[in-house]
Design a protein. Sequence first.
Length: 339
Amino acid sequence: MAVRSEVYDFGDLLTTTLPDIGTDLADNITTSTMLLDYLNRQGNVKPWTGGRGLQEGLEYAFNESFMFYNGYEFLNTSPNEIMTTALFPIKQASIAVSISGLEQRMNRGKAAVIDLLETKINNARRSAKHYFAASVYSDGTGFNGKELLGLSALVSKTPNTGVVGGIDASDATNAWWRNVAMNAATNARGPITKDNVQAYFNDMTLQLTRGNDGPNLIVVDNFIWSAYRASLTEMQRIESKTGDGEAGAGFPKLVYYGPGGKMDVVLDGGRGGNMPAKTAYFLNTDYLRLREDPGRRWSVVGGDRMNTNQDAITRLMLWAGGFTVTNRSMQGVLFDTTA
């Protein structure tokens, strides 16, 4: 009697499995870096629902019609230009799960099919997280200019150059659209060490604090993490991996008490970290957003795709959106280019 070898339809399994994986992938990506996790928990992951770009309204000046007056004095009713618009580029990303005809024939039986599918989906999940997390710190030039516009552009080490959100920061009239940048290699304090790192943190925070508005997150690489940790006495040192339910769960964290109050100092480095070397971002996340197309939030789009000259089926998960910033002047970057 012949043994029946049952063949399971990979297309049906992909159809029923990938939508849930896409949702899970979106949730996992927003916890892949401390910055994305903060934005998500603050409610700053916002939908993008159409248009030729990611549009943000900006206030760049005070209303100068304010005045004190006396009696019948004429009041200042002059109109004021206080707003403009920044337009950020839409970026797109994809990840594919493919299965060849040979793999389908080799992996017969439900258990074998599911094992193969799980391996491919888990790899897709890890790969998407890896590349997306790296792009958080990009300048948008990777992948031939198609990469996500990340912190290297939004919080630039050369803030008086370049066009961000359609606004030319090199134009002196747009000085309000420049973040704070401090290079220890050209600073009187000298290269960053455990002896001066806290002074650098104070200098940066003072420049970024306006009343009760200031940075709430400092993201650092291995070098600055080590220097800051070494600068603390045992009484000052507060180190932990944030727990479930806290912002940045799983990220090593210290605490800094600056002019604007307490803020987290978070390592986004370690082995294979994505932070630029000898760099610390001082971020006011109230003004940072991740905008996503709800219909492309790692959504499975289309059915089975099979080339006419290839024995394989493919399913695609797609993403579209981008980073935006509504106030660059409240963001800062400390770095050290000393050899």
